[in-house]
Design a protein around this ligand. Sequence first.
Ligand code: CP
Ligand code: NVA
Length: 334
Amino acid sequence: MKSFTNRSFLKLLDLTGDEIEFLVDLSLKMDGYRNYKTPCATKNMALIFEKTSTRTRCSFEVACADLAINTVYLDPSTSQLGKKESVKDTARVLGRMFDAICYRGYGQERVQALADYSGLPVFNALTNESHPTQIIADFAVVKKTFGSLKGVTLVYFGDARYNMGNSLMVGCAKVGMNFVACCPKEYNPDGDLIKTCRKIANETGASITFCENPAEAAKLADVIYTDVWVSMGEPDEVWEKRINDLLPYQVNMNVINNSKVKIVLHCLPSFHNLETEIGLNVYKKYGLKELEITDEVFEMFKDSIFEEAKFRLLSIKAIILATLSDEDFDPFKA
Ligand code: CP
Ligand code: NVA
């Protein structure tokens, strides 16, 4: 656990490929294993969620309960954060009360400021730019399926400029997986990030490619990944253009039939039917019953998609354990 003790987990660019794979392996080792030791009896973690969450919040809460870490949940409606108190001042307060902070919210600079001014390890539970804990869970499912990460090709369909596209591209480059973004050019990740990832990929044997043709991209895929077309915090006005631009990149049976794909992944939540308020509103306005992935494909690949959700808990537990335990701590030693 040495290299992680007391480190923040803000973005995957801060980790080496070996460190990412160590966390993936620790998550896999925890699958079905309940008897590991907890790092200490009295730690406290602040969970700040400026955006909504099901999986990530539950994973942090359950992981902390399993590891005997107390949690305090804070959101903008019930705390001073945002309206009355800056991130910097909040960090300086929490730094004097807690042992760690988990943050979900807007710009990456907010989670960075929490780490800079609290002096505590801070876990990024999703920002606009990155979602690093999600990638550890995703890669655990990939490794469980293929036996290794290196050489596996992941094709991402949809808006690759946002947190999931960015983090998957960085993660793939770091561990030697091939990343393909299949979307219109304007939805590719930021040019500087692509340059950085291509440099990393040169060293790890990974490849980073961009393809505007879904049938061509599908042919390359061992893993197909997609995410919502409009992310949390984006205004409703973007829906129309997003639908027009990204509908050709929907993960549907044409994509699957063009591929030799073994698993489909989706970080969730997903708009694959009319059973959500947003899904229903989009249907009423634009006449589409399913968005980034069709219901048929979603149900066909439900095992890998919900396995991924299960690994959110295991991977977040692994990340917390690695960070908050002492250097010589071994959770599996009786
Ligand atoms: N995948 C994910 O982060 O889910 P939540 O938004 O429910 O936390
Ligand atoms: N891109 C999505 C990811 C959700 C886990 C969002 O930010 O809403």
